[in-house]
Design a protein around this ligand. Sequence first.
Ligand SMILES: Cc1ncc(COP(=O)(O)O)c(C=O)c1O
Length: 481
Amino acid sequence: MTSRLNLGLAKEVAKPGFDIVSMFSQREPERYALHSRYMNEMMVRVLQTIGYDVGFRSGTGQYLFDREGVRYLDLLSGWGVFGIGRNHPKLREALTGVLSADFPNLVQMDVSPLAGILAERLLRYTPFLENVFFTNSGAEAVEASMKFARKATGRPGFVYCANAFHGLSYGALSLNGDGNFRDGFGPLLPHCSEIPFNDLVALDKALGTRQVAAFIVEPIQGKGVNIPDDGYLSGAQELCQKYGTLFIADEIQTGLGRTGRFLAIEHWGIEPDMILLSKTLSGGHVPVAAVLARKWILDRVFDRMDRAVVHGLTFANNDLAMAAGIATLEVIESERLIENAARMGARLLTAFQAMASGFEMIRDVRGKGLMVGIEFGRPRSLKLQAAWSLLEAVSPGLFCQLITIPLCKQHRILAQVGGHASHTVKLLPALVISGEDCGWIENSFNEVIADSHRVPGAIWSLGRTLIEHARKAYAMKSVGH
Ligand SMILES: Cc1ncc(COP(=O)(O)O)c(C=O)c1O
């Protein structure tokens, strides 16, 4: 890997005939050096430590390609933004269409036809909701829904679940159920209370104060792929109705076909007051998010002409984002990606469940559609237990890296650990994956998990290396680096 910077580049950018594609090719080998020097050095260290410093040069559909053209299967899909896969031709056509059309775009003292069309198309999926408010990112959709809930109900409070992830801006962070994200950033927003996921008794108690504007929940929690019990979401909806609290479903990750339905809430037949969408809606190219809401809620927010812009974002409704959303819906519908997600997801789930019976460290396999979690746990056999305990003592959850690292290095599969200190490896591929890809996933996981059950063995030598890295990281932390 080249780590030296080409310091002559500043001039190169200004040269006539500037071409972004050649610039990418020429300077791509410097990517880690550039990031270490100008951006987030720790991110580069992480990538180098876990061997994810591959230097991808291109991406198509569910695949990434390295400098030698070697194909990788991407189960991260950019944290879920590539639902329709990378660089989909229909999306590209829509975006280049916008760029070549000289549309007026962002006039501000006008309204956008493309935004109206996207709103209309989204609401076809949720006949119980009437209005849409667009934002640029998931966290901004969460922020908007929080403001709307307060204004609509006149109440200050929010209730969220342990382990929840709703984004990292201040409002969203105040609803984050993982201390690791919150540490060092307080004080956060007051009147936000955490309850356990899947616990209706706790929700009843929290809402009983009648001070709660909204209960926000991911129908399936992204961190750890936690699936609610069957009666949970409908019970939560009833409690919200009983106490006059708004029910917000954060479908930023689970929406648009990810779980084998257009929305994950369809698995449980509920009708929240607001639904948040993002990620896949962007087609992976142009950030966009949406708050789908009941009309009376937005009527209370935008309640007079002099308050018509009381909440808004300069770039929301921009033509490229709206076109990305419309094209993405076209692709999802015309390629029947929701059905594909349901079919491929069911196949993977069955395969992993079968695998679980052969490996003592697989504790649970769960998922819906193409959101799948494989949870590992303390082994029973003594030899494995000793190795597991050593890893856990240094850094809880480190074991999952012993799965994801060889998956990438030896099997060309990118996967992720389901959260801080998590024992769950998470699969979040593009919704376009094929039966052949499922075979690739099943064989690769089977081999790596089998290796992880051999002590001593290559995987546990890797474990020792990771322990060394983790110890060094902690030592650095304690001397204030
Ligand atoms: C469920 C959920 N909500 C909100 C967000 C925040 O979205 P963004 O990163 O676009 O702000 C995420 C991002 O991972 C998410 O998974």
